[in-house]
Design a protein around this ligand. Structure first.
Ligand SMILES: [Zn+2]
Ligand SMILES: [Zn+2]
Length: 393
């Protein structure tokens, strides 16, 4: 028993020293039963503090929730008993394990590092105890997909690392730090398909984005800014010192750069009149109800004096962005828009183009977050490279 406890202590000590994150897996599915199967390396099985050997090739363990709020643990068809907590701990670095969810039935996922399973009041609480960089590789793959340039993956890795550090206490009350869906950051398995992502995570290991005072930055991003970034105060009412508005020519020839939408005039007019008391009888503003020209990004429709935020119109009519102009055509208002998303922070399509043109991750991030600083949490180095000279574009 003493040896088992010593082992457990060593494993726990190892986990803490490697700065593992606690990621809540599949929390929105109310999982009742799972199987862990051999994938690579080897894993030790613990039911509370009892060691039940390792999972060998062709073996699996089954963990299910029972009505008394405990876990039933089986190895193959053999019951090992009822426990409060089950641990699967890798015996050597770089092992991975397959997670097969039986109730409900979900697609097989593979994970690196360790697992802790406990019970909540009604289902299993599955926590992947994972090294930061293994987690980040999974996030970048789950969120970004394949076929991107290395510098773009480096940018994504830094932004995701910053997010993970900043929001580590988001789910503490539920017994883990971050969840695995878009509520935090999508993390659907270990990185499996794009070796370049691993390279990007390693190359930027420890690098995060901070503000001038050294506080974690918010790494906002969107699909396409339409050619000009948006001030955060237009979207959320408060300014952010490391963000500003500027022209972005990297994203303007891409797929999502422009869009058009037609809306029946009656709907448009009703919304503006009923919600904002639009002065239809006013000699100046009345005729402009369907006519609006937005050359540079603005916060309000027609005039700030009318107090109609563009973000409200975007939400009401499900527009791709607030960066639009409109005019009247028969029974419709025709909206010609630019970009996709809120327009604050990193423009993904622009950043991808910059990476194609061989800009570095520092240059890309500093272009979209002009007041940002980098810090390496592994070495405590604080740095801020000179801003990019874009005069050639
Ligand atoms: Zn979450
Ligand atoms: Zn852009």
């Amino acid at each position: 028993m003493r040896i088992v406890l010593l082992f457990l202590f060593l494993f726990l000590w190892q986990s803490i020293s490697a700065q593992q994150l606690r990621i809540g897996v599949l929390r929105r599915y109310s999982v009742q039963k799972i199987l862990f199967a051999y994938d690579k390396g080897s894993y030790s099985i613990y039911g509370d503090s009892i060691h039940f050997g390792s999972i060998l090739p062709n073996e699996f363990v089954e963990i299910s929730f029972n009505s008394s709020g405990n876990l039933n643990l089986k190895k193959g068809a053999t019951s090992l008993g009822e426990f409060k907590k089950v641990f699967l701990i890798q015996n050597n670095h770089n092992s991975s394990i397959a997670l097969n969810t039986k109730s409900p039935v979900l697609k097989l996922r593979k994970y690196k590092d360790d697992f802790e399973i406990t019970a909540t009041a009604e289902n299993l609480r599955i926590v992947n105890l994972v090294d930061m960089d293994n987690y980040l590789a999974g996030v970048v793959e789950s969120e970004g997909g394949g076929k991107k340039e290395l510098a773009y993956y480096e940018v994504q890795a830094i932004m995701s690392r910053t997010y993970a550090r900043k929001y580590k206490s988001k789910h503490l009350e539920e017994g883990f730090e971050l969840c695995d869906d878009v509520h935090c950051q999508a993390y659907h398995s270990m990185m499996r398909f794009t070796p370049k992502i691993d390279t990007a995570v390693q190359a930027t290991s420890g690098v995060i984005m901070v503000d001038k005072a050294g506080k974690y930055a918010d790494a906002y991003f969107h699909a396409n800014c339409g050619g000009q970034s948006c001030l955060p105060e237009y979207v959320w009412n408060n300014s952010v010192p490391y963000l500003s508005t500027f022209k972005d020519t990297f994203c303007i020839y891409t797929k999502q750069a422009t869009w058009t939408k037609k809306i029946p005039k009656g709907e448009w007019r009703n919304f503006l009149v009923s919600e904002y008391n639009y002065p239809v009888d006013d000699a100046v503003f009345g005729p402009q109800i369907y006519e609006f020209n937005q050359k540079d990004r603005l916060a309000f429709y027609v005039s700030p004096a009318l107090g109609i935020p563009l973000r409200d119109i975007r939400m009401k009519f499900r527009l791709k962005s607030t960066y639009f102009s409109c005019h009247s055509e028969g029974d419709f208002v025709v909206i010609n828009g630019r970009g996709f998303g809120h327009g604050v922070g990193l423009c993904q399509e622009g950043a991808m183009k910059m990476a194609k043109y061989n800009y570095t991750y520092e240059q890309i991030i500093l272009f979209y977050f002009p007041g940002i600083y980098f810090e390496n949490i592994n070495s405590d180095v604080f740095f801020n490279q000179a801003a990019v000279d874009l005069s050639e574009f």
